[in-house]
Design a protein around this ligand. Structure first.
Ligand code: GUN
Ligand code: ZN
Length: 442
C-alpha cells in the first residue's frame, strides 16, 4: 500500500537521468502510456502503469482522471526578467539601444512596492499558466522588487530563485547605486529570503558594462559570505556589447574573464545568452562548472545571434532554456522550444523532442543545481508538473491524429503548441493553476 494524497491517471513522459549527449537523453526517456502517479507530502511517491498501480488505491475510485492528457515535469525557465513583463515586444532596437530606450524607464517603477506586488502577481500567473514551475528571475535594482516577488512566490510555495539587480555605472542615475549600498541591500535580501521555504537567492550583477571593479568586488564578497547562493548575469549576447566590454575592461582576455577574475564563475553561476563565445570562454565555463541559459526567442527578437547548441554539448557546459521575457517574446516553453529548433536548423543541428524536453526540465534543473529536487518523476522528487492537453485546436487535432508515437506528438507540441495546451500546473503536489476550472478533490 502506498500512502498518498492524490493518485493521477494519465500518460507520463520524463527523462530518467541527467545526460551528456542527445543519444544518452534518448536512452533515458521514459514513457508510460497509461500510468498512475501517487503524490504524498508534496512529492512523487510512485509512478507505475495503471495495471500495476490500481491495486494500491485506497478505494477503487480514489484517483483523478487525466486520461488523454500528457503529464510532464514542470518547465524550468533559467533566465527572465519579471519587471520587463510590461514591455514585452518593444519595437525596433537591438540590445544596447533597447535597454536605454525601453528597459531602464520601465524598471524605474519597481521602487514602488505596490506596483512591484501587482506585477509580481501578474508575472507568477504567467509562469503558472504556461506550465513553468521554477524560474531564475531578475528583479530591478530596488530591493522592493524582489521582496514583492519572493512574497508572492512563497504564497504558492514555488521553487523560485531571484535577485535584485546590482549596477553602479552606465545606467540612468535613478537606477544606479554605490557598490557598498548594493552589497548591503543584497546581503539583507539574502538573509531574509535565501532558503526561506523553497526560495533561493541569486546575486545579480546586471552585466559587466554596468559594473565597476568595486561592484564586482562586492559581488565576490557576497559569494564568499554566502557560498550556496546563485550568481546570475548576462554574457556575450551582442557584438556591440562585447566590444564595449573590451573597451571598459581592456586588461581582461575576454568577456567571461571579467567575471572569472572576481570569482563569479562556478557551480551555481548562470550566464544568460553566451552566444559569441571564444574557445577559451567555453573551456572556462566547463572548467568552473558554470551553466549557460539559451534564450531562443530573445536572441531572435533582438537579433543577437545563434546559440551554438552543438558546441555546448562538445564543450560539456551545463545549459538550460530561458524565455528572457521581456526581450524574449513569450513565457511559453513549448513556443520557446519551437524557436530553439529553428535556431538549430539554421546551423544544421536537429533538436529532437526528447532533447528539447530534457533542456526544459531535467537539464534546466541540472543547470541550476536543483536536479536532486526537481526535473523528473523519480520517487522522492518534489511534485512540480504540467498536465498537457495534446490537441486544443482543429489544426493540432488533425496533426495529432497522424502522430505515430510520443516523440512525434511532443515535436508537434513544441512546433504548434502554446499556452492553450497547458491544462494544469501543479506545484509541490497541489494544483496551482487549472485552465478548465476542474475541481481537484482534496
Ligand atoms: N544585458 C543586460 N541587461 C539585459 C537585459 O535586461 N536583457 C537582456 N536580454 N540582456 C541584457
Ligand atoms: Zn536577460
Amino acid at each position: 500500500m502506498v500512502d498518498y494524497r492524490y493518485a493521477l491517471r494519465g500518460r507520463f513522459f520524463d527523462i530518467a537521468a541527467t545526460a551528456d549527449s542527445p543519444e544518452e537523453i534518448a536512452r533515458q526517456a521514459r514513457y508510460v502510456d497509461d500510468g498512475l502517479m501517487f503524490i504524498a507530502e508534496g512529492r512523487i511517491a510512485a509512478l507505475m502503469s495503471w495495471e500495476e498501480g490500481q491495486s494500491l488505491l485506497k478505494r477503487p475510485d480514489d484517483w483523478l482522471d487525466l486520461s488523454g492528457k500528457l503529464i510532464v515535469p514542470g518547465f524550468i525557465d533559467t533566465h527572465l526578467h519579471y519587471p520587463q513583463t510590461e514591455m514585452i515586444g518593444a519595437f525596433g532596437e537591438q540590445l544596447l539601444e533597447w535597454l536605454t530606450t525601453y528597459t531602464f524607464p520601465v524598471e524605474s517603477q519597481y521602487g514602488n512596492a505596490g506596483h512591484a506586488a501587482q506585477m509580481s502577481a501578474f508575472f507568477l500567473n504567467q509562469l503558472l499558466s504556461n506550465g513553468t514551475t521554477t524560474a531564475l528571475v531578475f528583479g530591478t535594482v530596488h530591493p522592493e522588487s524582489v521582496d514583492a516577488l519572493f512574497a508572492a512566490a512563497a504564497q504558492q510555495n514555488m521553487r523560485l530563485i531571484a535577485g535584485k539587480v546590482m549596477m553602479d555605472r552606465n545606467a540612468p542615475e535613478y537606477l544606479t547605486e554605490t557598490a557598498e549600498q548594493s552589497y548591503q541591500q543584497t546581503r539583507e535580501l539574502i538573509l531574509r529570503w535565501h532558503n526561506h521555504q523553497r526560495l533561493g537567492y541569486a546575486i545579480t550583477p546586471r552585466f559587466a558594462p554596468t559594473s565597476t571593479p568595486a561592484l564586482l568586488e562586492a559581488v565576490q564578497r557576497l559569494r564568499e559570505d554566502f557560498p550556496d547562493t546563485w550568481l546570475h548575469t548576462h554574457l556575450s549576447e551582442n557584438p556591440q556589447e562585447i566590444a564595449w566590454v573590451k573597451s571598459l575592461w581592456p586588461e581582461h582576455e575576454n568577456y567571461l574573464d571579467v567575471y572569472h577574475h572576481y570569482g563569479l564563475t562556478g557551480k551555481r553561476s548562470v550566464f544568460a545568452h553566451a552566444i559569441h563565445l571564444q574557445d577559451a570562454e567555453w573551456n572556462c565555463l566547463h572548467g568552473s562548472d558554470s551553466a549557460v541559459a539559451f534564450c531562443p526567442t530573445s536572441n531572435l527578437f533582438l537579433g543577437s545571434g545563434l546559440f551554438r547548441l552543438q558546441t555546448c554539448w562538445q564543450k560539456k557546459v551545463k545549459m538550460g532554456i530561458g524565455t528572457d521575457v521581456g526581450a524574449g517574446t513569450t513565457f511559453n516553453m513549448l513556443r520557446t522550444l519551437g524557436e530553439a529548433y529553428k535556431i538549430g536548423q539554421l546551423q544544421s543541428y536537429k533538436l529532437c523532442a526528447s532533447e528539447a524536453f530534457y533542456h526544459a526540465t531535467l537539464g534546466g534543473a541540472r543547470a541550476l543545481c536543483l536536479d536532486e529536487h526537481i526535473g523528473n518523476f523519480s520517487v522522492g522528487k518534489e511534485a512540480d508538473f504540467v498536465v498537457l492537453d495534446p490537441a486544443v485546436s482543429p489544426l493540432q487535432q488533425l496533426r495529432n491524429a497522424r502522430c505515430k508515437d510520443i516523440y512525434e506528438q511532443l515535436f508537434m507540441l513544441m512546433t504548434l503548441g502554446d499556452d492553450r495546451n497547458i491544462s494544469q500546473t501543479w506545484i509541490n503536489g497541489e494544483c496551482a493553476w487549472n485552465r478548465d476550472g476542474l475541481e481537484v478533490a482534496a
